[in-house]
Write a protein that binds this ligand. Structure first.
Ligand code: CDP
Ligand code: CDP
Length: 201
């Protein structure tokens, strides 16, 4: 079995997860949404827990349930600035990345910190307005009581906190290929990502 790691980073609601799932299915690789780890820690903190203890004690059960709410996203981005929280999650992510058969990891620091040796690195982005509209439609579809203004403010605030933090900030790796999906359908974005990854094989 071969090892092949695809790192997909980018700002909130850029389409990282959608593209990651599709390319993982295309190549037969496993997929890890690393944002879920931070969301699970954030949810535990909202429930009164200590962030570092929560990160150290994370179990698969903590990743179940609905972590895709704006409150949990904000809590995730607040705990994500803590170096001890990030450190507690490194080994799990790196082990996942080098599993036999190939892996796709999406997040903020995969190409820069978690998997600097990844064979393929993508930075998926889109304008804040486009990303907020996509996330708004998703949350409204789930029946959440949100406004476009609130979702845009949430996206901008998280992007700023994620980009400005000292530890593992959101930024493209020097050797990442950027895909701006502002004007792309999902199919177009996936086709572009598959082509970029093919070129790295
Ligand atoms: O994982 P990330 O937060 O980066 O984004 P996502 O959850 O994969 O995508 C956010 C929303 O944008 C989803 O509802 C996608 O269906 C939608 N979308 C997309 O991902 N790519 C496009 N080119 C158009 C829409
Ligand atoms: O889906 P969306 O892009 O909105 O967020 P996510 O990928 O689920 O990540 C939630 C939060 O976790 C982000 O705003 C980051 O603060 C943090 N995160 C991180 O710091 N590093 C990662 N590798 C993944 C997520």
């Amino acid at each position: 079995m071969t090892r092949f790691t695809v790192a997909i980073d980018g700002p909130a609601a850029a389409g990282k997860g959608t593209i990651s799932k599709a390319v993982a299915a295309h190549f037969g690789f496993a997929h890890l949404d690393t944002g879920l780890l931070y969301r699970a820690v954030g949810a535990k903190v909202l429930a009164g827990g200590d962030p570092v203890q929560a990160a150290k004690a994370l179990t698969p059960k903590d990743l179940e349930g609905d972590l895709r709410t704006p409150e949990v996203a904000q809590a995730a981005s607040r705990v994500a600035v803590l170096p001890d929280v990030r450190a507690a999650l490194v080994t799990f992510q790196r082990d996942f990345a080098v599993r036999d058969g190939g892996a796709v990891l999406d997040g903020r620091d995969i190409g820069t910190v978690i998997c600097p040796d990844a064979q393929a690195k993508l930075f998926v982005t889109a304008s804040a307005e486009v990303r907020a509209e996509r996330r708004y439609l998703e949350l409204a579809d789930k029946g959440l009581d949100v406004t476009r203004e609130d979702v845009l403010a949430d996206v901008i605030e998280r992007d700023k906190r994620d980009s400005d933090r000292a530890e593992a900030p959101l930024k493209p790796a020097d050797d990442a290929i950027t895909i701006d999906t502002s004007e792309m359908s999902i199919d177009q974005a996936v086709a572009k990502a598959v082509a970029v990854i093919e070129a790295c094989r």
